[in-house]
Design a protein around this ligand. Structure first.
Ligand code: 5GP
Ligand code: ZN
Length: 136
């Protein structure tokens, strides 16, 4: 399904132009309009899924395969020094466009970006408690 008021549905399906890097029946890869680094791109499924929770398993698998291919190609062509895959779900996690997308972010030595988190601390008991919460 496409969602009428979703900008990424329109971009993915070619109704709004974008700088595309790749397209097939199910996905389009576009350059991000507000790039974190040179080459920052987004993998968009053509169908509307709001987030990872809604994404069918096979689409998730295909998106990750495509991410691997794009990461290799972009790293080689742009002479990147590293690569981040970022994927936000929900406002609390920084998602601003509610159509699933996977960020492809080439990294360069001293590119001035801070995509990683500030490490916290946790005791062994706290970790065990969380482990129980998730696995039991
Ligand atoms: P989020 O914060 O939801 O994970 O990421 C949304 C991303 O989409 C941002 O990096 C933002 O720059 C990008 N973006 C938002 N609107 C557009 C648009 O119309 N075209 C393109 N190419 N990127 C967009
Ligand atoms: Zn959509």
């Amino acid at each position: 399904m496409k969602k009428d008021d979703c900008i990424f549905c329109k971009i993915a399906n070619g109704e709004i132009p974008s700088k595309s890097l790749y397209e097939d029946d199910n996905f389009r890869v576009i350059l991000d309009l507000g790039p974190a680094t040179k080459g920052h791109a987004l993998i968009l499924p053509k169908e509307h899924y709001a987030n990872l929770y809604e994404l069918p398993e096979n689409t998730a698998a295909e998106a990750m395969k495509l991410a691997k291919t794009m990461a290799g190609k972009m790293t080689a062509k742009l002479h990147a020094d590293g690569f981040n895959l970022v994927q936000n779900n929900g406002e609390a996690a920084g998602q601003t466009v509610m159509h699933f997308h996977l960020h492809l972010i080439p990294r360069y030595e001293n590119d001035g970006q801070h995509i990683l988190w500030k490490p916290g601390t946790a005791s062994s008991e706290e970790l065990e408690d969380i482990q129980r919460q998730i696995t039991e």
